[in-house]
Design a protein around this ligand. Structure first.
Ligand code: ZN
Length: 163
């Protein structure tokens, strides 16, 4: 057999694995593979190699694994920090509420006493009490809201730049 025929068989074999060949080409190839031990052996070797490649697990590169692990760890740390910050905020709210509840009666009596002492109309000292009692909480809440919106903006910027 001439070398051209083996070359044709090799080409057809490769083409049949990638894009497919016509029926007549397939017929020619199978009859050649039956007759030619050299091409038959080559076809079988290719088949074994492809099977081995297919069964080989696609393991990611160690660098990719390490980078992913680092990113996941950083995100977990970030979430934990956010959680503890939120817990601190809640604690501050509860403490402030408790302090408000505890301090309300003495404050009431103190303002009432001052109002009577300086002969002020009741609505005036009640108003003063309310302002004294509420303004710090409102200012604190406003400050927290402002800081919260600034933090989320900073996170947004950070997320955009790290992308
Ligand atoms: Zn051959």
């Amino acid at each position: 057999m001439s070398e051209d025929i083996h070359k044709k068989a090799e080409t057809l074999l490769a083409t049949s694995r990638v894009e497919g060949i016509s029926d007549s080409e397939r017929e020619w190839l199978s009859s050649h593979l039956e007759a030619c031990a050299k091409c038959h052996a080559r076809a079988e070797a290719q088949e074994r190699m492809l099977a081995a490649l297919r069964s080989f697990p696609a393991a990611p590169a160690p660098a990719v694994v390490e980078a992913t692990r680092r990113r996941v760890r950083a995100r977990a740390l970030e979430l934990r920090e956010q959680q503890s910050r939120r817990r601190g905020l809640w604690m501050a709210c509860v403490l402030s509420w408790l302090f408000g509840a505890v301090s309300a009666p003495p404050l009431w009596f103190a303002f009432k006493w001052l109002g009577q002492r300086f002969d002020l109309p009741e609505p005036l000292w009640v108003m003063a009490l309310v302002v004294y009692w509420i303004v710090p909480a409102v200012a604190g809440a406003a400050a927290l809201a402002w800081r919260g919106s600034r933090n989320s903006q900073a996170e947004e910027v950070e997320a955009n730049t790290s992308r």
